[in-house]
Design a protein around this ligand. Sequence first.
Ligand code: C2O
Length: 490
Amino acid sequence: MTVTRRLVLATLGRLSAVGVASYALGGCESFLDKIRRRPTRRDIATLATNDPMVETYKAAVAAMKALPSSDPRAWQRQADIHFNFCPHGNWFFLPWHRAYLLYFEQICRQLTGNMDFALPYWNWTCNRTIPSIFLGDSTNPLFHPGRVASPPAALSDETVGPGVINGILNETNFLLFASGQATVQRPSQPPVYGPLEGTPHNTVHGFVQGDMRTYQSPRDPIFWTHHNMIDRIWSDWNNVRGNANTNDPSWVGYEFTANFVDANGSAVNIKAGITPLLPLLSYQYDDSAITACGGRRLTRAEVDAKALRRFLEEGFAVKIRPLRVFRAAEAMDVPVGGAASKSLRATQPALTAALEGETRALVRVSGVKQPPTGDFFVRVFIGLPGASIDTPTTDPHYAGSFAFFMDQDAHPEGTMANAAFLVDATSTLRRLRMLDLIRSGQELTIQLVAVRMTDQPLRQTTLPVGSLELQLVQSDIAARPSFAEAPGTQ
Ligand code: C2O
């Protein structure tokens, strides 16, 4: 018996124990065959415009648009699911959107009869303009009116380039990879956006504009292929890079109750802790490398064996331990199209001592009055008081960027307008220290530069920020099998 086969069988034993097999698999075919032949989600750029995956996607979208609104699989009803339930700025962001895509894909299969259909993904790291299958006019079901971005308008290196995505993939701690901890999908506490959600994810919504900048974004067929790329990044982070998610019961055991409907339109429940298995059971990604554009990643067999082994050991106690917080006292207003600078009382010895090993230096920008329009984004620099809109992101003081995605109509209580963003500044601080650009005894300064994303008139011309901090945190990952200890399993 091969390693993969043994791992699959061992995994299935555990799956029946946690009750996943029924909805992830189903049917009378052998589990192993069904898993082995699960449909492959492909990069749109590798598909001809008449590829069966593209044709099926078009036909499925057209079919959903034609359903009566009494059918929960109807196009607008699917967008309503997002408007009513989508979690943003917390660690349910990744599992919720994965489940959302899974059921959407199953509806597409059902409505078209193409059971091999897998949702294509838009690899915006390698292809920065809106893919041509989405262009044209209303005779194309994948076209959507109201977008602002159209080719040659292109996403920038600083928000979706290979450097940014590799930086995100190199994070090993789930709490820093995913967004902030929460106990419910739409908590009353302010959201905390990690780099994956706050940078490429939010930027692409703001770049496309139109419905894509709102919680009605799934009305635009590009949404599903955008989120499929986010899902691909999470899948690679787990299954290719070998990182584990948290085993915190408040994440693993959290159930999305009657948020989604299945292929027949019946309401379904799914737990966050099951979603890491979906790329191993219900679909898979093609072998293209996501950041080495045009390259290949590990072969399928290597990935599957690695992923399943990881699952068997999965559920890690993932922690971040705060070491020190350096805070800039006052609130600030950042003019859009300009810059603002604050100093922190973080003297160099404390900083260098802490910048070792598993320590991360995070710039935390909190109390941000997130604009509902997503038409600008923010660059973060360290130690460059003269930073301006013209400072290039190749400057050694550049630390990263974040963008906005919120919908006032979906959050009338206003929680999403008071947001926090994390930018990992560890490598920037190390670089500055190496170049001797942080001087001993001097205060450290942090700059925010608000950059316009489009030429459209702005609806918000300053960005109010509540506080700026530099946090030194220790990443702490302890291996501990979680399912073995779950009640009711042996
Ligand atoms: Cu809930 Cu990118 O959307």
